[in-house]
Design a binder for this molecule. Structure first.
Ligand code: BV8
Ligand code: ZN
Length: 250
């Protein structure tokens, strides 16, 4: 038997005309992508993810930071979107005005059929120049993980020859302005926001569900754990996204 969702939640979703689906690492967990707070696996467990995801770490040791992001990118390429990502794409197909706002840097929403998720924290698949932001090709290179995790950074920018960097937003860096503004605009004009698989701890992304609630939208949270977003949500569905979301869109 599938996960029970209160019927009034499914009705809320069916009646919604403008939906925002806000996702975090938890929606990719059942695809086998470790969440940000989980202990990183293998070689990387001795590192603190939040310490590696900073401009300082890149400054100090670009080869280590490139090794970490390319390891994560190859891990994402080896897995598949799960039923949670597919349910999100099904909601978008059904509700004409729906926007996916994700904190994730993987491409699983895209591979599940979401046409244009807003990536508040960038993407593992969009390296760019650290100086002029010119988009750069994905680095090719060894499939297996180098022994110490380091990998030789790709050659410099084709336009200005400055060093290339992973296309993600690091702690202490501003979010891409236009993307964040579109997310706030969508949250302030939706009638329902689904927040899925996020601990709601990282700002300013964590503002998005709060903006929706402030503008009168109904907020449904899907997370097996309690989070600081519990009081913001009208409904808290305590379960894994790959089970709860398909039950919601049945
Ligand atoms: C900025 C890309 C300013 C890189 C990421 C004190 C107070 C408030 C803010 C701050 C503060 N001190 C510092 C700050 C600012 C800081 C911040 O918020 N820190 C936090 C930790 C307190 N924010 C920043 O630095 C941001 N920038 O503020 O800039 C500025 C302004 C102008 C000009 C210059 C500067 C930038 C933040 C972006 C950082 N980059 N990612 C990378 O991926 O390597 S954030 C990274 O962590 C992820 O992208 C993700 O967003 C976040 C982790 O959050 P979640 O996605 O929620 O994942 P998490 O693991 O935490 O939780 C998983 C959840 O899933 C859990 O709840 C779990 O229960 C649930 N779950 C598990 N399994 C399932 C499930 N749910 C459903 N189904 C399941 N099966
Ligand atoms: Zn450049």
């Amino acid at each position: 038997m599938g996960v029970l969702v209160p019927s009034e939640t499914a009705t809320l979703l069916r009646q919604a005309e403008r939906v925002v689906i806000f996702t975090g690492a938890g929606i990719s967990a059942e695809s086998g992508v470790p969440t940000f707070r989980d202990a990183l696996t293998g070689l990387w467990e001795r590192f603190d993810a939040a310490a590696l995801a900073t401009p300082e770490a890149f400054q100090d040791d670009p080869a280590l930071v490139w090794g970490w992001y390319e390891w994560r990118r190859s891990a994402v390429q080896r897995v598949r979107p799960n039923a949670g990502h597919e349910a999100v794409a099904a909601i978008e197909a059904r509700v004409p005005s729906s926007v996916v706002v994700t904190q994730n840097v993987d491409d699983l929403h895209e591979r599940a059929g979401s046409p244009a998720p807003l990536h508040l924290h960038g993407s593992l698949f969009a390296p760019r120049c650290s100086a002029c932001a010119h988009p750069a090709p994905l680095p090719d290179g060894p499939a297996e993980e180098p022994a110490d995790g380091r990998r030789v950074p790709p050659p410099g920018c084709a336009r200005c020859s400055a060093p290339l960097r992973p296309g993600v937003v690091w702690f202490g860096e501003a979010l891409p302005e236009a993307v964040f503004e579109s997310a706030v605009e969508a949250a302030s004009s939706c009638d329902l926001l689904l927040t899925v698989g996020t601990s709601g701890l990282v700002y300013p992304a964590a503002e998005i569900p709060r903006v929706a609630a402030r503008f009168g939208a109904a907020v449904i949270q899907v997370n097996p754990q309690e989070t600081p977003l519990d009081p913001v949500a009208d409904v808290n569905l305590r379960g894994p996204a790959a089970q709860v979301l398909p039950a919601l869109v049945e």
